[in-house]
Design a protein around this ligand. Structure first.
Ligand code: BG6
Length: 518
């Protein structure tokens, strides 16, 4: 090659940047719609402060609140300040707060009022000129989905949705992305008619969790696990998301939604996709999404539905030494509500890797304790050369990804009990994040908000994934709706503090299996 670089010459060093260095967001502003909600107070504002504290936001960053309240900028700044003090992960530092608060603005308005959006545009233009936000904006819709169409249209009308040149405009939406396949399609249609798909960031906060990203590291950075990660060795997979909290105070969102729509359609289906998908060609967003879409297209509910699904509703009981109400006594729920607070389903993944391996997904409120885990339960050894009673207490081998709390991985296998006889019992080998690494994991929302600002879409489900997840779940929802409408059955009761209704235990028992007791 001659001394001058040709136009298509690619500098081999260009991509050798040390990817361990965190990337810092460029000039931009985040507009939050729904600033008075719980999510904004407990997660979004604290995560923005934590990012600023870690030096990951530019000095020109601006945070803009939009709501009906008659607040001045300082009133909103005080709300953010209190939220940060109460909920931020990292320590409060006055100098970080001072810099952040200089870029805090508030726009008073309502979603259906053109003048409110004109005033939002004016505020953003002024910030671009004075603070240097560069005409780049993320619009975070932390509002009920029924308001999405209006807000998207207003952003479009006021010229904020599609800026010129290389300035960007992104929209961030929170679940629920619809309540079934049809409504998800129309929602996607509305959002995509204003924002192109590459500017839409759908939050599934489970994908921002460190332990969930570690599924990819565990599977694709190691040689050890892949040979046994298939139907030859795995008997079944259990994905559990158990919560001990009840639904007091959440009737407005939860009644009529239920556990399956609330978390199975999104978080648990995403965990299944990461566990069951094939190795992507690379970790580029498109390759990763292609593999998730492929495995979700091969996934379906096992039939018959009465044997392969279970739904429940918690009744009064004891939790953490306290007497707690049943769902029907919680404020805001009607005495006849059939909203499920527990759901379990059996899925089948029709691929060469997983044919014949059931994936059991379960979630519930007011269960024994808060725990999320993915357990690959292995087949028994084909032959046990021991005296019969010596293996009485030997279970099946299991590899358990502990998503939270106590993040880590457990390998469960049989070991000889010390003594003269060859008795074998289960033991655990543990990896724990807390003891293996010194640094704390960032909160899921820190990671996800930063990725929005960087325009990095890997951890955000695209509309095809959302629609496929509804396609998988819809038959169970329709089945339960039919039971309700024909008054054939209600969700099965289970006592608060337990592990769900009898029908969920029966779902596995019928196949000779049992749920793990995390
Ligand atoms: C949300 C659900 O998506 O996840 C809530 O709407 C649930 O019902 C929450 O409580 C649990 O999140 P985490 O991160 O605490 O497991």
């Amino acid at each position: 090659m001659s001394g001058t670089a040709s136009a298509d010459w690619v500098n081999p060093l260009r991509d050798k940047r040390d990817k361990r260095m965190p990337r810092i967001a460029g000039p931009c502003g985040v507009v939050i719609f729904g600033v008075t909600g719980d999510l904004a107070t407990k997660k979004l504002m604290p995560a923005i402060y934590d990012l600023a504290n870690r030096g990951l936001l530019p000095p020109t960053f601006a945070l803009i609140g939009f709501a009906r309240r008659e607040w001045a900028d300082q009133d909103f700044a005080k709300i953010v300040h209190d939220a940060v003090k109460a909920h931020a992960r990292t320590p409060f530092r006055q100098e970080v707060w001072d810099r952040l608060s200089e870029g805090i603005r508030f726009v008073q308005g309502t979603f259906d009022d053109d003048a409110s959006f004109a005033s939002l545009k004016e505020t953003l233009d002024k910030l671009d000129a004075e603070r240097g936000t560069g005409g780049n904006h993320a619009f975070y819709l932390s509002i009920p989905p029924k308001a999405f169409p209006t807000v998207c249209e207003q952003l479009s009308r006021s010229g904020l949705a599609r800026p010129d040149g290389d300035r960007w405009s992104r929209v961030v939406i929170e679940k629920p992305f619809g309540h079934d396949l049809d409504s998800a399609k129309s929602l996607n249609h509305v959002v995509n008619s204003v924002f192109p798909e590459e500017s839409v960031f759908r939050i599934d906060h489970y994908l921002g969790k460190e332990t969930v990203q570690n599924i990819l590291a565990l599977r694709f950075a190691n040689q050890l696990f892949d040979p046994i990660w298939n139907a030859h060795y795995v008997d079944h997979v259990q994905i559990t998301m158990a919560e001990d909290i009840g639904l007091g105070g959440r009737a407005g969102y939860f009644d009529g939604v239920g556990s399956a729509r609330d978390v199975i359609q999104n978080h648990l289906t995403q965990l299944l996709a990461l566990t069951a998908m094939e190795e992507p060609v690379s970790f580029s967003p498109a390759e990763l999404q292609a593999e998730k879409i492929k495995v979700l297209s091969a996934t379906r509910l096992a039939e018959p539905l009465d044997e392969n699904t279970s739904r429940g509703q918690y009744t009064a009981g004891w939790q953490g030494g306290e007497k707690v109400f049943g769902l029907l006594e919680e404020d805001g729920f009607s005495k006849t509500s059939t909203t499920e607070t527990f759901a379990a389903i059996t899925l089948e993944v029709d691929t060469r890797r997983w044919a014949g391996v059931p994936f059991y997904l379960r979630t519930g409120k007011r269960l024994g304790r808060r725990v999320t885990e993915i357990a690959l339960v292995f087949k028994r050894a084909p032959h046990l050369p021991f005296d019969a009673t010596m293996t009485d207490e030997l279970g099946k081998n299991a590899l358990v990804i502990r998503v939270q709390p106590d993040e880590g991985i457990t390998l469960r296998f049989g070991s000889k009990v010390p003594g003269h006889s060859m008795e074998v019992r289960d033991v655990n080998m543990d990896f724990s994040y807390g003891s293996a690494f010194a640094e704390d994991s960032p909160e899921a929302y820190e990671r996800l908000i930063l990725d929005v600002l960087l325009g990095e879409p890997s951890l955000f489900p695209v509309n095809q994934e959302v629609e496929l997840s509804w396609k998988i779940l819809d038959p169970a929802l329709d089945y339960w709706a039919r039971l309700d409408s024909e008054a054939l059955a209600r969700p099965d009761p289970y006592e608060a503090g337990g592990w769900g209704p009898e029908s969920a235990f029966e779902m596995l028992r019928r196949t000779g299996r049992e749920w793990r007791r995390p």
